[in-house]
Write a protein that binds this ligand. Structure first.
Ligand code: HEM
Length: 442
């Protein structure tokens, strides 16, 4: 695949240490009560303040113990079921005969799709349409491409970004490293101009936060305008790639794939945003979460420095510990009984990967701790499990492995100097700010 620009030519944002202002629509910090003080029936994960304050863990623990198939009768996204145990999440994820991902039923996030954006794409399609669209796309993440083209490219870029970081001075890791590296990779996968790569980050942020006044202060009107800009840009690229010979970038594969060469505007936008969000929010938040976790568990950081051979296992463990996509939604196609409850045909069901990854009955060692040599690390469920299992998992693992290999070559230590700011979302589990100081090797 042709590189659109060299590492040296990339314009890089200035590193900064600016704590984002607290969202103005949130008034009190003590708003989230511990689960022991609330009625079980009132547990509702859609209240995003729990996520921003990182106070959802006790709720998941209580549900796993007392009510593993939990019904929330009333929420901002309507009634929904929560599946919280590891084995149950896996069972629902593989049961695509009885649980649908199709956009026609509501797709893969809770709530009704917005009229202006239906989210039609291959993640929100059932068989046989899903596989017909996904199969030709595999070429963009083929193992030989990853090994021979992406690995050297990612290593060169990662090294350049790490070399540009300030020594001994605070800066925001999310902005300077995690967002930057994932935007570069995504631009490469899409063969999108590197000089415009931050547009991809912006469209991803806007799509996943339509009601956040800090991201979309102009509300629905701004959201719609930006999504239309995204569609306009990618419609042009789609047409250009259709007119050009087939290549292995994602846009060319969409443009030439037998099941994706005649996409409607909604389907094109849906697939483009799937690829942008899939390749962006997930890896970015694991890059930040992994560094945060090593600072929270300093014995593990010491273990890593003593044995860099642990990096591949550590990468799986970081993806488990972070679980950057907290859930995927399904819709029941028939009545299904689980743990004495009946999920009715048409009901929304959330498979909480984030809870499954902390299930004390599955994980042999403390699931809340980061343990970089955990024996079961690769059995995490952060990539999902059934036919929709993550398409970009190998790319994400490669980026994370190289990041840590290059960090260990350069830095004695990377110190997290304050608690991070977190995303206000029940879907994307991540960080908006992580202040650090790098200590370079002499
Ligand atoms: C740590 C990083 C990542 C995590 C945790 C993650 C997580 C997930 C999850 C949970 C799913 C849905 C699984 C299901 O419904 O069973 C998924 C699907 C998907 N992911 Fe990822 N992802 C990551 C990185 C990436 C990257 C780098 C890309 C792009 C190159 C990507 C592209 C996709 C696509 C296209 C799908 C839809 C697959 C399908 O429907 O067949 N992901 N991912």
């Amino acid at each position: 695949m042709a590189e659109t620009s060299s590492v040296q030519q990339l314009s890089r944002p200035k590193v900064s240490y600016r704590k984002p202002a607290r969202p103005h629509y949130l008034e009190r910090d003590d708003y989230v009560k511990p689960v022991s003080e609330i009625d079980l029936a009132a547990v509702d994960f859609i209240d995003v303040e729990q996520w921003r304050q990182d106070k959802m863990w006790d709720r998941f623990e209580r549900l796993r113990k007392e009510d593993p198939v939990h019904y929330t009768p009333d929420s901002l996204v309507g009634p929904y079921w929560s599946i919280t145990r590891y084995e149950d999440v896996k069972a629902v994820d593989v049961d695509n005969k009885r649980f649908s991902s199709d956009a026609g039923y509501g797709g893969i996030t809770l709530g009704k799709p917005l009229d202006e954006f239906t989210g039609e794409s291959f993640i929100a399609a059932d068989e046989p349409d899903h596989w017909a669209q996904r199969k030709p796309m595999q070429a963009a993440v083929a193992p030989s491409l990853l090994r021979h083209e992406f690995e050297p490219l990612i290593r060169k870029r990662t090294g350049a970004v790490l070399d540009s970081l300030p020594d001994g001075k605070p800066f925001d890791w999310v902005e300077a490293v995690s967002t930057e590296l994932t935007a570069m990779m995504l631009a490469t996968l899409l063969n999108y101009p590197q000089s415009h790569r931050r547009e991809l980050t912006r469209w991803s942020d806007v799509t996943t936060n339509p009601f956040d006044p800090d991201i979309c202060p102009g509300g629905r009107e701004q959201w719609l305008r930006e999504l239309n800009e995204c569609l306009g840009t990618f419609s042009k690229i789609y047409a250009e790639r259709q007119a050009a010979p087939p290549a292995s970038d994602l846009m060319s594969l969409l443009a030439h794939g037998p099941a994706t060469q005649n996409l409607t505007a909604q389907e094109l936008l849906g697939n483009v945003l799937l690829l942008i969000i899939g390749g962006n929010d997930t890896t970015r938040n694991t890059m930040s979460g992994g560094l945060y976790a090593l600072n929270k568990f300093p014995d593990e950081y010491a273990k890593l420095k003593a044995d860099p051979g642990l990096i591949p296992n550590m990468v799986s463990e970081m993806i488990r510990w972070q679980t950057p996509l907290a859930y995927m939604r399904r819709t029941a196609l028939e009545d299904v009984s689980m743990h004495g409850k009946t999920i009715k045909k048409g009901d929304q069901v959330a498979m909480w990967y984030i809870s499954a990854n902390r299930d004390e009955n599955f994980w042999e060692q403390d699931p809340n701790a980061l343990i970089i040599d955990r024996k079961q690390a690769s059995r995490h469920i952060s990539f999902g499990f059934g036919v929709h299992r993550c398409y970009g998992n190998r790319v994400a693992e490669l980026q994370l492995r190289i990041l840590w290999e290059e960090i260990l070559k350069r830095f004695e230590h990377i110190e997290v100097i304050d608690e991070p700011s977190r995303t206000s979302s029940a879907f994307v589990h991540g960080y908006t700010w992580l202040p650090v100081i790098c200590h370079r090797k002499a």
